[in-house]
Design a protein around this ligand. Structure first.
Ligand SMILES: Cc1ncc(COP(=O)(O)O)c(C=O)c1O
Length: 399
């Protein structure tokens, strides 16, 4: 019998404070105060202020990309991207993603054409993309680089080129990753990063569209600001996608600590890898196609039969310990408004997405947890498996 007593069975929770799954970088208060003082002294809140310009410059140099266009958040960045690319009709995209991926298409008047993903990597499956490209209404591929890993980029690029449609990336999870030494941000017609508080690079809320295409960049800059910052070019619509100086200040501080953030993540991930090794029915998803990962998320698959508890039962065990493990992504986008009504048949075409949505579980990484915490969470998961019958009984069918 395991020495770990579980909170779900009446013991004291392992953690006093709740542990969320996001990265949650916070700068030192003194550094934040100094950055805010600068904004007050300059009396400049927003619209391509000096900090936003500095951030764009630093990002361009760091990523080796011609244009880094900072925006309010990645959702707006994706929406602007669809407009700047001049898309129409349908766009091939995974339903196994955060809903913002597809919503950006819907807001741009486009139709997501959902494609299934690879069961091992969770990334878009190029074989299925190829079949969907036979639809003449398809005007682009919007692939998602998930979990600090990337898609089968060479295959996707070859397919997009052959069919003559743009390939662009939702890289919300992939800032700081590289493929054969080349920074993510340089692939596809453009890539969109999220600098949300849960991401490895944080502006609290924020994002960035990267491209090596000068004309596309000019259009994106014009769409970003209805006040017309930058060299004017014709665009059919404009918006407010501006990043504020307060956001840029946090992003610059987050960039200064980025090497430490990755080092910390690497240690936590390694601790989970050790602690969860050999557990029947639990598979830790390891980034495969990148030469450098950011360990944005720790994602496990729980096979209920082999593990002895379902993903939802294990989540209930962890939540009782104040570990806010998340079912991300759940449900699949095709089961969310408005897509459930628009495409009721989609679930049949997406068996891998359906299966993953029932078994993925995210564990905490980033600032909220440390190596000892990750080991402890591993012990709790092990104990939950050993005490599966009691856990099931105590849950009484609730999870
Ligand atoms: C895959 C993916 N795309 C897009 C987004 C949206 O990013 P933002 O919150 O910056 O709009 C997220 C956010 O979590 C995401 O996970």
């Amino acid at each position: 019998m395991s020495a770990v007593e579980l909170a779900i069975l009446g013991a004291t929770p392992a953690f006093e404070q709740p542990l969320p799954v996001g990265q949650l970088y916070f700068p030192e208060w003194s550094a934040y105060e100094q950055a805010m003082r600068g904004i007050f002294e300059r009396q400049y809140y927003t619209n391509q202020g000096p900090l936003t310009q500095q951030l764009e410059q630093v990002l361009q140099e760091r990523l080796g990309v011609r244009h880094a266009i900072c925006v309010t958040n990645a959702t707006i960045g994706l929406l602007m991207a669809a407009d700047a690319l001049g898309l129409r009709g349908k766009v091939i995209t995974p339903a196994f993603s955060f809903i913002a991926t597809s919503q950006s298409l819907t807001w741009a008047g486009l139709e997501p054409l959902f494609c299934d993903v690879d069961p091992l990597t969770h990334q878009l499956d190029p074989v299925l993309v190829e079949a969907l490209l036979e639809d003449n209404d398809v005007s682009a591929i919007l692939a998602v680089n998930l979990w600090g890993d990337v898609c089968a980029q060479d295959q996707l690029r070859e397919l997009a080129d052959r069919r003559g449609v743009p390939l662009y990336y939702d890289s919300a999870h992939a800032f700081g990753c590289a493929v054969q030494g080349r920074a993510v941000g340089n692939f596809g017609a453009l890539e969109v990063f999220s600098f949300h508080a849960t991401k490895v690079l944080s502006a609290a809320e924020g994002g960035c569209v990267c491209t090596n295409d000068d004309e596309l960049a000019a259009r994106l800059r014009n769409i970003r600001s209805s006040y017309g910052a930058g060299h004017p070019v014709h665009v059919s619509r404009t918006a407010n996608g501006r990043m504020s100086e307060a956001q840029a200040a946090i992003a610059l501080l987050s960039l200064n600590s980025f090497a430490q953030t990755l080092e910390r993540n690497r240690g936590i991930f390694a601790a989970y890898r050790d602690a969860l090794a050999g557990l029947p029915g639990l598979r830790l998803i390891e980034p495969q196609a990148v030469s450098t990962t950011n360990y944005q998320y720790v994602v496990c698959e729980i096979d209920a039969e082999r593990f002895g508890l379902s993903r939802d039962e294990l989540q209930a065990v962890l939540r009782a310990e104040n570990v806010l493990a998340r079912r991300y992504f759940y449900p699949g986008i095709h089961r969310c408004t408005p897509y459930d009504e628009l495409y009721p048949e989609a679930a049949e075409r997406l068996p891998v997405t359906e299966a993953l949505c029932a078994k993925v579980l995210q564990l905490p990484i980033g600032q909220p947890v440390d190596v000892a915490g990750a080991r402890r969470i591993g012990q709790i998961i092990r104990a939950a498996q050993e005490q599966a019958a009691s856990v099931r009984h105590s849950l009484g069918g609730r999870a």
